[in-house]
Design a protein around this ligand. Sequence first.
Ligand SMILES: C[S@@+](CC[C@H](N)C(=O)[O-])C[C@H]1O[C@@H](n2cnc3c(N)ncnc32)[C@H](O)[C@@H]1O
Length: 278
Amino acid sequence: MNYEHRVQEFYDSALHCYQAIMGDRWHHGDPDALAVGLPRLRACEILEERIVALTGLRAGGRAIDFGCGIGGPTLHMSKVTSASFVGVSNNERLNTIARDKAQKLGMSNDVTFSTLDDLGYKNLPFPDGSFDAATFYESVCHVPDKAALFAELARVLKPGGRLGGMDWIQRPFGEHQTDDQIMQFMGPVNEAISIPWHGTVESYKQLMEQAGLEVRVAQDLYPGVRCWSTVQDDETPAWETYQGPEQQMFRRGEEALAAARRAGVFTIGMWVAVKPAR
Ligand SMILES: C[S@@+](CC[C@H](N)C(=O)[O-])C[C@H]1O[C@@H](n2cnc3c(N)ncnc32)[C@H](O)[C@@H]1O
C-alpha cells in the first residue's frame, strides 16, 4: 500500500473523531486570536482570513484549496472573498460532507469539492494557469512527495497568482537540537497521525523556490515558544477521553503530539509565495 493510501484510510477513521472534537476546521487557529481568548473556531476563521488576504484573492477570482477536509476553511474563504474555490482531497467521504455543507449554505455554484486519486496531487487535473490563488491548511504534512505537490500547485497558478498556507512542522528547541533528539518526539507523532515526514519553515520555503515561486512569507507561528494554542486548555480532555472508532489510535496520537509540543519541537508554520509574472 502506498503511503498516500494509508492517509486516505486514516481520514476514514478520523472523520468521526475530528468532527466530534474539532467541528469543520481541522487546523490550528490564529495564535493572536487565541491569546486574547477567542474560541478556537473563530481563531481558525481569523487565520483563514489572514492567509487568503495575503494571497490577494479578489471577488470573482478562482482558487484551489489543497487537502480540504470537510470544507470549513474552503467555504469560509469563498464567503469572505466572494471568489470561487475548488477544494481537493483524496477522500470522497470527506468531500461528500463538504458538498452537502456547500449546498446547505447555498454556495454550491461557487465552491466545489473534487476527489483525487491517492497520487493525483502529482498530476492535478487542471490546466496550467487555472487559478488566482492556492491554499493549504495542515494537509501538505501528509504528503510524501511535497516537492511534486508544490510544483503542481505552482503549475496551476496563473502568473502573479499566490500560494498561501499553514502546516505542521518540526524544529530544534531547547535541549532538543539534533535530528535524533527531535525525532524522539516527532517519530511517534508521524506514526500515530499518518505523517510521512515533517518539514521545517526553511524546507518548505526551499521546495516552493524549487517550484519556481518567490517566497514572501515563511514564518514559525510560535517563534521561540511552545506551540500550545488552546489545544492544551480546551481540547486535551476531549482527545484523552474520546470514545469511538480507533479510539486508542487517536488517544495515542494526542499523547504523542502533547509530548512534542511540550518538548517544543512541534510547531506550525505559515507561507505565502508568488508565481512570477511572465
Ligand atoms: C488535517 S486535514 C485538514 C483539512 C482542512 N484543510 C482543514 O483545515 O479543515 C488534512 C487533509 O489533507 C488531505 N490529504 C492528505 N493527503 C492527501 C493527498 N495525498 N491528496 C489529497 N489530499 C490529501 C486529507 O484528505 C484531509 O482532507
